[in-house]
Design a protein around this ligand. Structure first.
Ligand SMILES: Nc1ncnc2c1ncn2[C@@H]1O[C@H](COP(=O)(O)OP(=O)(O)OP(=O)(O)O)[C@@H](O)[C@H]1O
Ligand SMILES: [Mg+2]
Length: 273
């Protein structure tokens, strides 16, 4: 295992293209991820910020070995996602935007079940499941069926489940999208706490600038599958400051000035074709 948690080099992925029948016109493939390179240092939370459809989940799916890249490479602590798939899977875990649970089982039962799948011993499973769930402020509800859990509560359990195996690399794909502001904050605080305790390195995707600033050590803007800039929030602000005091520049302004669009406008362009 080498010391760089994540090295993404010239990664590309296209979808579709061609035609179903010979008489149809050939469609151009969509370049979902276009020559993306970045590295994450040990213990860092690295944020991929981009509008809907900018390629965030496609990057995450390739890193987690669920999708094969068309070109480029990804190494997780030196292990190649294609050659050393098993080692990579052992090192990382992912929280998807839409995690699934057994709704008739309690949060505790869900964690115990998934921990067994991950191959943890039963004493260790119980101890760790209790330990991580007890931080969720759910009280006795961790023993009730998850059926009536709110999205925010479910999302917390999803993060808890993902950290259960103490992965050294965590991929959080929009962990707070769709949550109300209070639940958002709770999930963000939970992420920060468990990350620190497990000393994990984190790749987080979001289109929420505040979240990026609150959680991420470094941030990259992804636009149409390409990284257009990368740095700490201070570095990104300084890039466009032009004599203005950096603390007065919002991340939205940085995104607007660097990409020429607000993150919502970028999304609208995609929705309307
Ligand atoms: N399996 C697939 N087949 C065809 N096209 C796909 C597939 N997965 C993604 N795409 C396309 O690739 C582009 C990037 O999608 P992706 O899901 O990576 O974006 P995203 O940044 O995660 O968006 P969101 O914020 O909505 O989650 C989009 O144009 C999408 O339609
Ligand atoms: Mg996505």
């Amino acid at each position: 295992m080498n010391s760089i948690p994540l090295e993404v080099s010239e990664l590309s992925k296209s979808f579709g293209g061609g035609r179903m029948f010979p008489w149809q016109e050939k469609k151009e493939p969509i370049k979902a991820v276009d020559n993306v390179s970045f590295q994450i240092k040990r213990g860092e939370i690295y944020g991929l910020i981009g509008a809907n459809g900018s390629g965030k989940s496609t990057v995450v799916r390739m890193i987690s070995t669920l999708l094969t890249p068309d070109a480029g490479s990804v190494r997780v602590f030196g292990f190649d996602i294609e050659r050393d798939e098993l080692e990579v899977r052992r090192l990382l875990n992912r929280v998807s935007p839409d995690p699934s649970f057994f709704k008739n089982m309690s949060a505790l039962e869900n964690l115990l079940f998934f921990a067994r799948i991950y191959g943890m011993g039963s004493d260790e499973i119980k101890r760790k499941s209790f330990e991580i769930l007890s931080r969720l402020d759910l009280g006795d509800r961790i023993r009730e069926p998850m059926l009536h859990f709110s999205r925010g509560q479910q999302q917390k359990v999803a993060v808890a489940r993902a950290f259960l195996t103490s992965p050294v690399m965590m991929l959080l794909d929009e962990p707070t999208t769709g949550l109300d502001p209070a639940s958002k904050l709770e999930v963000q605080n939970f992420i920060r706490e468990v990350r620190a305790d497990h000393d994990a390195t984190v790749l987080l995707t979001t289109h929420d600038m505040d979240e990026a600033e609150r959680l991420c050590d470094r941030i990259a803007f992804l636009v149409n599958g390409r990284i257009v800039t990368e740095g700490t929030s201070l570095e990104l602000r300084s890039q466009i400051a032009n004599g203005r005091p950096v603390e007065e520049i919002s991340m939205e302004t940085v995104f607007l000035e660097i990409t020429g669009k607000t993150i919502e406008e970028d999304e609208e362009v995609l929705v309307h074709g």
